[in-house]
Ligand binder design. Structure first.
Ligand SMILES: [Zn+2]
Length: 574
């Protein structure tokens, strides 16, 4: 089956020889294009990876969507060349992400269709699954319907013939209908905002992407009432967070009311929680900052949580499972619309988040070294360098061996008005063989990579064994909707720079540093960050050699250097 896939993919490559514009001499882009044009021998993988990263960074900075798509495509082709030569799966995953980026840059255009087409084939090849290839190509064709209606499209013709070639693997019935429906739904959907009906107050129109309300539809809900067990509040200037803890999952709706001068009522955000009981919960909690207070009361067959605001704020209301809690983020619209990514020169504050702590040790190495200990030490070293070398203000989300809930970590960073958020962790694999570094940004996992979901589940503290269920899909959708726009792109740029600087910092002393690439997955700890955010898996503590290195001060210092160098490069606009 593998040979068949290779031939399909090779034929796609063969018919792509669009002339490419010339880049300045010796730029990563020019080197990449020279390398791809000449059938010359490939440089070592680390060099190829660094080159692909360089091109991807250029793509992120490119303002012209057509050129941006071309740059992403070039970076993807480099990764694919590397994958085909060396069969390191991380290269294929990186290529998939880059092809998705290329398609997004020119959404609706012929080139997007071609990039989706190649992506479908690489995905099927990677998973050795012809039915997956058929489904992905079918979905690409559904998304290309406007292109087909507009007239002649070589890509749509190509997709049609691909589907014929693979007709033995075609989906039918419910599976086909589902795949088609999902492809259609892939359009940017309007935020699921609930505006109170019958309200006498006309709401001022919020910025279109500022509000987000995602109530669970994937979780199993019972008819039994649930209890509000605790309400945590995190005040901040210009915003704030309220977390409502419940004894079990339930649905909710949210809305807002503008300030009403006639009866001196503040602007409010309210969340109606179905089937929730509030017995024994404090009815009024003073908060401070932009959220004056939280009021709690019964309503209909549930509970109503009201946030009294000092100013009108946008709301993002979503949930985290296990234990079930509703996160209510109130932000002023600049931050909520994703326009708050600091321009590189104005970078002032950085939040460093040492993973785990207290009763949560994180992963534990074969000799007993704990992730929480390594993460805190690397974070402290990085914070100290950021302050002394880059003159930046820093905050550690924990500076001791204490447990800090995931939602509190970004709340602290948001309140600090951090411009960047870097979460420090150690990786773990089931068999202990895996080694090397890995950097994550928050997004839905576009590559359906089970390994990414597994790592995310570990870091999220989710106990459930099923990693591929409807819950995963829903959390992924929340993740991608929270990370759209400029902050998403800036997170990717920071991630690429961190990967590159980690390879440079460690690679100069250790020849065998394995680079797993920049990936995306649904990490809860990154979800509520109002600034570009990455999660750094420094090394595999589950591997004896990596664990021995992680135990050493100089290795930890190298990891801290990597964080600092990445932030320096980010500030310099690289
Ligand atoms: Zn961790």
């Amino acid at each position: 089956m593998r040979a068949f896939f290779l031939s399909v993919v090779a034929s796609v490559f063969a018919c792509e020889s669009a002339p490419l514009p010339q880049a300045p001499a010796s730029s990563p882009v020019e080197r990449a294009r020279t390398l791809l044009q000449a059938q010359s021998e490939l440089p070592p993988r680390a060099e190829l990876a660094a080159l692909a990263q360089g091109v991807a960074i250029e793509a992120l900075k490119e303002g012209n969507p057509e050129e941006q798509a071309r740059l992403y495509r070039t970076a993807a082709e480099l990764r694919l060349r590397s994958y085909r030569a060396l069969h390191v799966e991380a290269d294929a995953h990186e290529a998939l992400t880059l092809l998705a980026d290329a398609a997004r840059a020119q959404k609706g255009k012929e080139s997007a269709c071609e990039n989706e087409r190649l992506r479908a084939k690489v995905l099927g090849e990677l998973h050795h699954d012809a039915q997956l290839t058929w489904r992905e190509i079918h979905q690409a064709k559904v998304r290309a319907e406007p292109l087909a209606q507009a007239g002649e499209s070589a890509c749509v013709r190509g997709l049609t013939s691909d589907l014929e070639l693979l007709s033995a693997f075609r989906l039918s019935g419910e599976a086909l209908a589902e795949a088609t429906r999902l492809a259609r739904r892939n359009e940017p959907s309007a935020p699921a905002t609930v505006v109170p009906t019958g309200s006498v107050v006309q709401l001022p129109a919020p910025a279109p992407s500022a509000d987000l309300v995602v109530s669970p539809s994937a979780l199993k809900l019972s008819d039994e009432p649930v209890k509000v067990t605790k309400i945590d509040t995190y005040p901040a200037e210009g915003g704030g967070r309220v977390v409502v803890h419940l004894s079990g999952p339930t649905t909710f709706q949210a809305g807002a009311l503008a300030k009403d001068a006639s009866n001196s009522k503040d602007a409010r955000i309210y969340v109606d929680i179905d089937r929730a009981k509030v017995k024994g919960v404090k009815r009024e909690i003073e908060v401070g900052g932009a959220i004056k207070r939280v009021r709690v009361g019964p309503r209909d067959k549930g509970a109503r949580i009201v946030l009294d605001l000092a100013e009108s704020l946008s709301r993002k209301v979503y949930y985290l499972p296990e234990p079930f809690r509703i996160v209510i983020d109130a932000t002023n619209s600049a931050a909520a619309a994703g326009s708050a990514a600091a321009s590189p020169g104005t970078l002032k504050r950085v939040a460093i988040d040492p993973g785990h702590g207290g009763h949560d040790s994180g992963a534990v190495g074969p000799t007993g070294l704990t992730e929480k200990e390594v993460a805190l030490d690397v974070a402290r070293r990085a914070a100290s360098l950021l302050s002394s070398e880059l003159n930046l203000e820093t905050i550690l989300t924990r500076d001791d061996d204490v447990f800090v809930p995931l939602e509190e970590r970004t709340a602290r960073a948001n309140a600090f008005h951090a411009d960047l958020f870097v979460s420090i962790h150690c990786n773990a694999s089931e068999n202990g063989d895996a080694r090397g570094i890995e950097v994550f940004v928050l997004d839905h996992d576009r590559d359906m990579n089970r390994a990414n979901s597994r790592i995310a589940a570990l870091e999220n503290g989710v106990r459930s064994k099923s990693l591929d269920g409807a819950l995963d899909a829903e959390m992924a959708s929340i993740a991608s909707r929270l990370r759209s726009g400029e902050i998403g792109a800036s997170s990717r740029r920071l991630g690429l720079l961190l990967e590159k600087s980690a390879l440079a910092s460690l690679g100069s002393r250790y020849a065998d540093i394995n680079d797993h690439g920049l990936k995306s997955a649904g990490f809860y700890v990154l979800m509520g960050a109002e600034m570009p955010a990455v999660l750094f898996e420094t090394s595999f503590i589950s591997n004896p050699e990596d664990e021995a290195r992680l135990a050493k001060a100089d290795y930890r210092q190298n990891l801290a250097d990597a964080v600092v160098n990445a932030i320096r490069a980010y500030r310099e606009g690289k």
